[in-house]
Design a protein around this ligand. Sequence first.
Ligand code: BGP
Length: 464
Amino acid sequence: NLKKFPKDFLWGASTSAYQVEGANHEDGKGDSCQDVKELPKGTAPLDVCADHYHHYREDIQLMAEMGFKTYRFSIAWTRILPNGIGDVNQKGIDHYNDVINTCLQYNIEPLVTMFHFDMPNALDEKGSWSNPESVDWFENYARVLFENFGDRVKYWLTINEQNMLTLVGPMIGTLRIPEGTKNVVKETYQQNHHMLVAQAKAMVLCHQMCPSAKIGPAPNISLVYPASCKPEDILAAQEFNAIRNWLYLDMAVYGRYNNLVWRYLEEHDATPSFAPGDKEALAEAHPDFIGFNYYNTATVKRAGLDVKKDEHADQQKGLSEPGYCEAVDNPNLVKTQFGWEIDPLGFRATMREIYSRYHLPMIVTENGLGAYDKLEDGKVHDDYRIAYLKAHIEQVKLAITDGVEMMGYCPWSALDLVSTHEGIRKRYGFIYVDTSDEEVGSLKRYRKDSFYWYKKVIASNGED
Ligand code: BGP
């Protein structure tokens, strides 16, 4: 007795500007923190990526062929405002106008992320999110976006994975901790506070300037499991759930800090300072829906102060919290080629939990399998990706049957692009892009097996 996907369910897929566009010095674009960061050895440079900047028409046409109802992409702040603030770059506006119009021409709703890991370098040099002015910088950028694109974009996402920026920002290359910082936790959570207020102001502004548009956050939400049924592990999992997940959604929806997080901040002498007006802005703002990225769950056991944070942890591998918990492998789950656990049932549990806490419509803004794909005779037989996505889509259906309001599903990624730290060899797309970490290839696009499979899924509205 499974319920059906709603008729207007937004099937699509996602990308982000700095990982897909390339052309990062073209048409007046300013540098972002990603353009100047030192890349891990052997990963593709970001000046080409999938060259979506020049291929977007062809790419959107392929998305239309798959039957996409939505395309989630991010706007590069530095194409619009090369220095983050100040002069607007008309060529950047023209570019995204054309991307948006091309989507609309194919009846694809643009789902636009305002900020996906790419702080303008000029603002990075002014301290990035550690500077209290960052709230105004972001609000100003949001205003320019709403002014220029608000007449056509119905769905906005504020900040991609703010929780990952806070937990592993230096690894992603986005959160900057000033040298000599004595209390790193305090500094980190002050920056996090600025992002939260910036997000709140952007939501308020969106509702004022574009009353028919909808806006929401896009954190990475994954349920945290206790490693055992020991009561202390249960408490540890609750605490890490609060630090990893609920802080961000409690703030976006209710405008207040989660009590367990506040206790953690107090213990680290790290409670953020509120500027005048912050409290009001946080209270006034409200999202229309919750966007969230899901790749897998996390599992923790209670641990003492001797536990170390893993400086090299990526977004999904173990994040331990000294004095609180240690990340452990879940022996019940298998892993991808890149060591990420695969947990479709955890996806349903996560959707249930988010909905029962916030009762807002939800859209999956990322979910997917990174793998080494092989192009042979113009084909990519990615049955492993089909299996992963199929298992997760089944869980969306089950969550809908549970009564969760699901608006859409946008796996990562529409086409192959550069991973946050593994190069282009870690591929996620439905569309194969002929290029590698070693050299720029023909950039020709190929339909993977998953392309044809997803097309059928969309055509049958998730019944096939
Ligand atoms: C998310 C990010 C994306 C994307 C994805 C896959 O955390 O929002 O930008 O890259 O993870 O991660 P990775 O590229 O590290 O495999």
